[in-house]
Ligand binder design. Structure first.
Ligand SMILES: Nc1nc2c(ncn2[C@@H]2O[C@H](COP(=O)(O)OP(=O)(O)OP(=O)(O)O)[C@@H](O)[C@H]2O)c(=O)[nH]1
Ligand SMILES: [Mg+2]
Length: 333
């Protein structure tokens, strides 16, 4: 599996170059003044969002990143060259924490480089220390150490809409019908092993939005059962949740809905406050008792309850219309 959404890397900024101690030596000038130049500053290290990246996979090959050190100062008042900054690209949606303290250092949401560790300042050369009373200073400063730390990176996908439900609910089928994403679809549970992003194209007067297929959740997912818990974090940034329930199955709709709600709540209670649509799937093969259960469960929660058949393309336009309304914050029609 190449979907890597966690990585620990060690980053180091460059050390500053040392200041130089030197004295001028010129023909016919018996005692020249101090001429040691300053050391160059060490390079800093930045993280930057790159929309081409979808995972943290590329960081697995190299756990350590170091910006360049500053060059030492030289005689004749030559300042050392500053070290180059190092920019490490990560996917949009990456959360950056100090690996030891867990402190949140930032979130990478755009292409603006975020300073992570600062390079050390170059030391001053002895030319800087000359005064009226000390014309031959024998002091030059060493360069400062660059900062260094270990980072824990966590990718939280930037999707507008997250699709959640029990395994086999029809999540991937829906995504494949509304977007160009092609997650695997099959009649057994846990077909989808990693989240998939799809872009739902725009209509005449609507913006495209990003939809995420989250692997099926089961009871206990928030505590690590099944696959879903690893991916629940990718729901955190979604502004709208589509909660899919199979209308064709043996299982009671209420139980199916409550299982997913329980997992969302345990992972983060805020998730249940997110705008959400209850979507009954496989309408073409629905059992009538499932449909009435869905209606009742939706009504109890004051949530819109929709029905779709992804394979027959029924109810899809209405569903996308509701999603767009929620995304733009308009009142339901
Ligand atoms: N009859 C019918 N079957 C459907 C419909 N949508 C999905 N299915 C079938 O339901 C099964 C599961 O569909 P998936 O889209 O793989 O379900 P999923 O929710 O992504 O499942 P996991 O990835 O395992 O969590 C497949 O056999 C689909 O063909 C539908 O609208 N009607
Ligand atoms: Mg799937």
């Amino acid at each position: 599996l190449n979907f890597v959404d966690e990585a620990v890397i060690h980053v180091e900024a460059g050390r500053g170059g040392n200041g130089c101690m030197a004295f001028r030596r010129e023909k016919y000038v018996p005692r020249g003044g101090p001429s040691g130049g300053d050391g160059g500053d060490g390079g800093s290290l930045f993280l930057r969002g790159n929309a081409q990246l979808n995972t943290l996979h590329h960081l697995r090959f190299n756990p350590r990143y170091a910006a360049e050190r500053g060059q030492h100062g030289e005689g004749s008042n030559c300042t050392g060259r500053s070290g180059d900054d190092l920019i490490v690209d990560v996917p949009l949606g990456t959360e950056v924490r100090d690996a030891e303290s867990g402190e949140l250092l930032g979130e990478i949401l755009d292409g603006e480089p975020l300073l992570i560790v600062r390079g050390g300042r170059g030391g001053r050369g002895n030319a800087r220390f000359a005064t009226a009373t000390n014309r031959a200073p024998r002091r030059a400063d060493p360069g400062e150490e660059g900062e260094a730390r270990s980072l824990k990176l966590e990718l939280k996908l930037l999707a507008d809409v997250g699709v959640v439900g029990l395994p086999n609910a029809g999540k991937s089928t829906l995504i494949s019908v509304v977007s160009a994403a092609r997650p695997k679809i099959a009649e057994y549970p846990f077909t989808t092993l990693v989240p998939h992003l799809g872009v739902v194209g725009h209509g005449p007067d609507s913006e495209p939005f990003v939809i995420a297929d989250i692997p099926g959740l089961i009871a206990g997912a928030a505590d690590g059962a099944g696959l879903g818990h690893r991916f629940l974090r990718h729901v955190e940034r979604c502004r709208v949740l589509l909660h899919l329930v199979d209308l064709s199955g043996e299982e009671d709709v209420r139980a199916a809905v409550e299982t997913i709600e329980g997992e969302l709540r345990r992972f983060d209670p805020d998730l249940l406050a997110r705008p959400r649509l209850l979507v009954g799937t496989k309408l073409d093969a629905a059992r009538s008792e499932r449909r009435s259960e869905l209606e009742a469960v939706a009504a109890e929660r004051g949530l819109p309850g929709l029905e779709i058949s992804a394979v027959r393309h029924e109810g899809i336009d209405r569903l996308l219309g509701e999603v767009r309304r929620l995304l733009t914050g308009e009142e339901a029609a």
